[in-house]
Design a binder for this molecule. Sequence first.
Ligand SMILES: [Fe+2]
Length: 254
Amino acid sequence: MIDIHCHILPQIDDGPRNINDCLGMANAAVGNGITDLFATPHHLNGQYENSKKKILNRILEINKLLQKENIPLTVYPGQELRLHREIFISIEMDDVLTLGDKGQYLLLELPSGEVPTYAREVVYELLLKGITPIIVHPERNRALSADIHLLFELVQEGALTQLTSGSILGHYGKRIKSFSEKIIEHNLAHFIASDAHNTDLRGFSLQEAYERVTKKFGINRTFYFNENAELLINGQNIYRQEPVPVRKRILGIF
Ligand SMILES: [Fe+2]
């Protein structure tokens, strides 16, 4: 399996605190059936800054280490970029790292409580540059869960989305779990990833999440998510199911 979002690089963000924890995570990923993963440190989220250059250097080191330790896992570069107004300045400065450094897909994090008014414009402008944003864990955003139509609009604009395995499994509570299911029902999800930070509460549970999706939505839906991760790693266009329109809330009646 391929995991497109996790925090496995040591001492760079709120992921592993040292090399040993990092190797523990690598072994846990392999144990979960993961063969390839994207290391996607936080960038410009108000707490961490991890530029493209810094991450690329660390990717070389970790792959060497994994080889030395005989851990059958390949790590690809990535970044989890927080949406901000100066995003295009960051891109101009060559600070932003797309998945696999291929210039095609970018993990984009919304602020947890809101969807900024300029979000759709950023999606549009990124697409014009040939970069497709993948909005990470939309199920954890309070504004989106209050009004799924906002997510529908972003997907209609051309954004992709990634649900987190722990959300599907209920690790973040019932509300987030049921909103994750609603997102899948409306064909508004394109990937599932671990967003693992450690081997404890925020670990790899991709296998379990796919099992849950198979149980609830059928094996074809699991194939769809799996295949999209494969298409992404190969630099190909991913599948998009036609989003199911959402009725707009009118005075909170619907
Ligand atoms: Fe993350």
